[in-house]
Design a protein around this ligand. Sequence first.
Ligand SMILES: [Zn+2]
Length: 171
Amino acid sequence: MHEPFSTQLSLVRQLTFCAGHRLYRHESKCAFFHGHNYRVDIEVVAAGGGVEVDSVGRIVDFSLIKHRMLSWLDANWDHAFLIFEDDSNALAAIRMVEPTKYFVMPYNPTAENMARYLLEVVAPHVLADLGVVTRRVAVWETDESCAVATLTGDAGELRMALESAVLIDER
Ligand SMILES: [Zn+2]
């Protein structure tokens, strides 16, 4: 028996920003303060899944994803230092600089954890009213290397994951 044929539409928007970080307890050079020209790929699907599109034939207009996500990235991560909340030494250092811009994360700011944060916390919050679900986020540290966070599970689990993510965002 074959599974019935079905199509899942999604769209992907690329975004770029610059940020500094260091990896707390990294065993070599990533423990030093340094920066990257990051690229982020955001993939969204219609909340109803499948081939659901609006009357124009879009899941959502690309410009809305760009505007919402880039506004958040510009305000929070662009030209900022991303620091793990347990990294008190880096926090003390960055607070000495004037002016300074930094963003404290609940885990080490690896590309993996940045992708996870964008998927679980940021995208559900800033894209909340667009009728889409962010399915996948890739964070590129270099042209060759990226980490990918993917939301899996059925619609019910997905809703629960999104609700808990929004709660986390209200810390
Ligand atoms: Zn790095």
